[in-house]
Design a protein around this ligand. Structure first.
Ligand code: ARG
Length: 396
């Protein structure tokens, strides 16, 4: 394959520093480094200098934090997307966005190829490359981890020493981390034993339940058409809202998940996640729906939810079936407006109240105080309703 200029998804860490140099060596091409800020909280200052020192002709940084939460995290929330009952999809949601802007940068800077540092056994390679196929099929894709003969971190460090590539020697964690505004994910290394409990000092966003404060915190989350818009009455931008919620819920130990999941590529993998704000939002959003959503609309959406999670997990964000899904989900959320109160305490988030200007909950209808009949609900109608429902259940 002949390529002239490659746009590389670059973090400045060990792997992508090696990749940058390797691309130039292997393909004799130019490299444009591209870094997306999705809230990973890594140092971005000095990154362009570092990329150039490693041989890049340019370094482009994009702040995608608001777009990430607004268009990706909040869509998954409205669709109640949870993979295999537990994973809130923090990594899976960021990949298509990162790829979208990478393809854009590649075009803007005259690249004929894109490259990424995802390994050959994971989901992320699939997510990046399916997005590239959908958005920029003319670009060649280079996945060095599937191509070169470097096999480990030790190989990468040796490569850097050989070619004098500047790497800030960070102490190697015994597992791999992926962080963004939605979550931190841990997998690999010592976590590959699914029986081994994670060390407490691994966690970044959450306290342990044991160390969490003895006093609970109550918060009120406001929703507009299924989208979170305020905390305790204060309107916040999507990224600001999630950041605030991560701090509040994380301090109370809310949002840890430890699971073994099925990767799209066909293997099982142990993952540990911290999703404090996202956990509270999913809980509160469902409570908001409980008083604002028609029963059967809710049940239809709930049938779509696991399928939506699967599309996101498997990397089909940019696909025709996803467009259908998006339309259905947004159509279900028109009435999901109001407030939900949540109590945070010792690793738990519990809903303690919900209210809405467009509530479908009718206290008059629901009351158990008055068992008499009215025009809308006459308990005597229940006699026939149950009799017909029970017809076919009678034993012969
Ligand atoms: N298993 C998760 C997923 O496929 C996270 C993958 C990346 N995490 C990591 N620690 N490298 O979405």
């Amino acid at each position: 394959m002949a390529v002239k200029r490659v746009c590389l998804a670059y973090s400045g860490g060990l792997d992508t520093s090696v990749i940058l140099h390797w691309l130039i060596e292997r393909y004799g091409c130019e490299v444009v480094a591209y870094t997306a800020d999705v809230g990973q909280e890594e140092e971005l200052a000095g990154l362009p200098e570092k990329a150039r020192a490693s041989g890049a002709i340019d370094c482009v940084i994009r702040d995608l934090r608001e777009e990430f939460v607004r268009d990706f995290v909040f869509l998954a929330l409205r669709g109640a997307a949870v993979y295999e009952g537990s994973y809130l999809l923090g990594t899976a949601l960021a990949r298509p966005l990162i790829a979208f802007h990478q393809a854009k940068v590649a075009r803007e800077t005259g690249c004929d190829a894109v490259a990424h540092g995802a390994t050959g056994k994971g989901n992320d390679q699939v997510r990046f490359e399916l997005a590239f196929r959908a958005l920029a099929p003319e670009l060649a894709v280079i996945a060095p981890w599937r191509e070169w003969d470097l096999r480990s971190r030790t190989d990468c460090i040796a490569y850097c020493e050989k070619y004098g590539i500047p790497v800030t020697a960070t102490l190697k964690k015994p597992y791999s981390i992926d962080r963004n505004l939605m979550h931190v994910s841990f997998e690999g290394g010592i976590l590959e034993d699914p029986w081994r409990e994670p060390d407490e000092d691994m966690f970044i966003l959450t306290q342990s339940a044991e160390a969490a404060p003895d006093e609970p915190t109550q918060i009120v989350i406001g929703f507009r058409r299924g989208t979170p818009s305020s905390i305790d009455g204060e309107d916040l931008s999507p990224a600001a809202l999630l950041t605030r919620l991560n701090a509040l819920a994380g301090a109370h130990g809310v949002g840890r998940v430890d699971m073994v999941e099925n990767r799209f590529v066909g293997l099982k993998s142990r993952g540990v996640y911290e999703t404090p704000g996202g956990t509270v939002l999913h809980l509160a959003h469902r409570a908001m729906e409980s008083i604002t959503m028609d029963r059967d609309v809710m049940h239809e959406r709930d049938r779509l939810a696991p399928r939506l999670a699967e599309l996101i997990y498997n990397g089909f964000w940019y696909s025709p079936e996803m467009d259908v899904m998006r339309a259905a989900i947004d159509a279900s959320q028109g009435n999901v407006t109001g407030d939900v109160r949540v109590k945070l305490y010792k690793g738990c988030a519990v809903v303690t109240g919900r209210r809405s200007p467009c509530s479908l909950y009718d206290p008059e209808l629901a009351t158990s105080e008055d068992m008499g009949s009215d025009a809308l609900y006459d308990p005597r109608d229940a006699t026939g309703f149950i009799r017909l429902q029970g017809l076919r259940l009678r034993k012969p």
